[in-house]
Ligand binder design. Structure first.
Ligand code: CA
Length: 223
């Protein structure tokens, strides 16, 4: 998921970012209420983690502004103040969940995950090519109903193939898209990854999906 963390304590913000990234989320930080509000209103986040005590604009005001813009993005409020009134105020203004500092990181991750699942029901997208299915939210792949274990990179490569079915993808295009880098010629990393992926998705199936296009690159197609 793409997550915005609005937290002015740099150490906490950094800790949350690193932790969420380790869980495979994409994280942006905002360090004050105004920046947080601006970024939240951009509408590009799946979940917003919002501290209440913030410079420039407090979290409750930011939340009010997010909700009055019509956005239903799940918001997890973080606050050092644990009083009941704050909790009620936060939830009244449209927060989806609430966590009192100091909190255990495992608890934080569990809350974020649960908010993600809530939107997941609406936003999850399944991509299909033949009997291959990808869930773009959970980043899981199945072939013939059987789940396939993939690394992050392999999943990204597979999704790229699926989104470009019947199109030739050159090694350069693949390396630029998946590694955001054009490898020097002579590096065979793209081949290595494509072969790993083939072993996982095509080796047990009679119908091969990933094809080599001689002299050009690769193509996903139904044979
Ligand atoms: Ca704060």
């Amino acid at each position: 998921m793409k997550i915005l963390v609005v937290e002015d304590e740099k150490k906490v913000a950094r800790f949350l970012k690193l932790g969420l990234e380790a869980e495979d989320h994409q994280v942006d930080n905002a360090y004050d209420g105004e920046a947080g509000e601006r970024m939240a209103l951009s509408g590009q986040y799946d979940v917003i983690v919002l501290d209440i005590m913030l410079p420039k604009k407090n979290g409750i005001e930011v939340l009010r502004s997010i909700r009055s813009s019509g956005s239903a993005t799940p918001v997890l409020i973080l606050t050092a103040k644990g009083s009941l009134e704050d909790k009620v105020e936060g939830l009244d203004k449209g927060a989806d969940d609430y966590l009192v500092k100091p909190f255990a990181f495992a608890e934080f991750i569990a809350r974020v995950r649960s908010l993600g699942r809530r939107i997941g029901a609406e936003k999850s997208t399944t991509l299909k090519v033949a009997d291959l299915e990808l869930d773009t939210l959970t980043r899981k792949a199945k072939r013939g109903g059987k789940e396939i274990e993939l690394t992050n990179r392999e999943y990204a490569l597979l999704e790229y193939f699926v989104r470009n079915v019947n199109r030739v993808l050159t090694r350069t295009v693949i390396s630029e898209h998946i590694w955001e880098y054009n490898f020097d010629t002579g590096t065979n990393i793209v081949e290595v990854y494509v072969n790993k992926l083939r072993n996982k998705i095509d080796s047990d199936s009679e119908k091969k999906l990933i094809h080599t296009v001689r002299g050009a690159g690769y193509m996903m197609k139904i044979d």
